[in-house]
Design a protein around this ligand. Structure first.
Ligand SMILES: *[C@@H]1O[C@H](CO)[C@@H](O)[C@H](O)[C@H]1NC(C)=O
Ligand SMILES: *[C@@H]1O[C@H](CO)[C@@H](O)[C@H](O)[C@H]1NC(C)=O
Length: 156
């Protein structure tokens, strides 16, 4: 039997847990998870998305990027820099989504990408600037997961 004190303790832990968690959103018919409170390196963001049976967000079309950016722009999350699934392995020139497909349409901010070719680079974006930036994958940022589309195979 739990004492009432330990019950209160567990309850407050639970509240803390739900308070620091992100939230799910449906944008233009697709389901997303935005983690705005916990900032982590890219690998950990990917792992959390996979644990939710999702992938890191990918923007295969201009429409998807615009819909997500519009949502963020008019939300309290407009200033967040958010990991996407986009990345480039050091010493290669190809940018890919974590689900495997190569990126064909880019939305770089001015002067981006700017990481040296011999470093791993991961793509993040911001709703206010409506643009992408590349950073070291160890940088700790918010992240956005996306439901797995039928044509994507998550990398587990
Ligand atoms: C994802 O789940 C695995 C297995 O339970 C766990 O080891 C890992 O820490 C989880 N990742 C995150 C980011 O929570
Ligand atoms: C990339 O290439 C450079 C020059 O050949 C090498 O020094 C460096 O270790 C490579 N980086 C990685 C991560 O493999």
């Amino acid at each position: 039997m739990l004492t009432s004190q330990s019950r209160m303790f567990l309850l407050s832990l639970l509240c803390l847990y739900s308070a620091v968690n992100g939230a799910y959103y449906i944008i233009d018919g697709t389901s997303y998870y935005l983690e705005e409170n916990i900032k982590v390196p890219w690998d950990e963001a990917l792992s959390d998305c996979q644990n939710r049976s999702m992938t890191l967000v990918s923007f295969e079309t201009r429409r998807e990027f615009e819909k997500v950016v519009q949502f963020l722009y008019y939300s309290v999350h407009d200033l967040l820099w958010i990991w996407t699934g986009g990345h480039r392995t050091a010493n290669t020139s190809s940018w890919n989504w974590d689900a495997g497909s190569s990126i064909t349409e880019f939305h770089w901010a001015e002067f981006q990408p700017n990481l040296p070719q011999d470093e791993d680079a991961c793509i993040n974006f911001c709703g206010l600037y409506k643009a992408w930036d590349d950073d070291e994958c160890l940088l700790q940022l918010s992240y956005m997961c996306e439901e797995v589309h039928e044509n994507e195979v998550p990398v587990i």
